[in-house]
Write a protein of this length. Sequence first.
Length: 202
Amino acid sequence: MIPRMTIASPGGLRRFRPAHLSGLAILPFAMSLAACSMDNPDGFAPACPTVEVLGAAADQIAFTGPSHDIGHLASRASVTRVTGQCHKGEGDQKKTASVVAEVSLGLNVTRGPGTGRTVEVPYFIAVVYGDEIKNKKQFVEKVQFPANVTQMLTHTRIVPITLPVSRHVTIDGYRLEVGLQLTKEQLEYNQTHLIAPTFHHM
């Protein structure tokens, strides 16, 4: 069953920092949510919201014990890109207009020497309007490795996100924030051992 995020009309929580989506890449991540019209390919296609991969949550490194050497690596996952598309939502456009953003994360996943052939990668997608978080959901992508393969490029399943819009609630007010769901220890490891990615407009 495909997970779905439906956002109630804006009301609130908290924030971060943006970078735009259509026709723009944020290095080292390619961000390509494209607008499309589902009902009529030649018709009006709604714009997509801004997207941001949170730098501190772009990598997840897990170890089998307290030692952080390569011999105790359980797994490592990195976000490589975010792709998807946007189309008009269903319903009475005069009363319940919405845009559906379909989002998928590209992943680079490595399994350690003592790890089995299945690695679970937890990640999140948060919907922000203005400076307020409207919704945040967590997902788990199970990556199945073939025998004798320790590194894979893959992508998550597509997550449809319904964003209500109106005369006063516009699509350009939304922002999607994505990243890997980290424990406190994993976040501290990233902050002390990794260089946070720098985002650049192309």
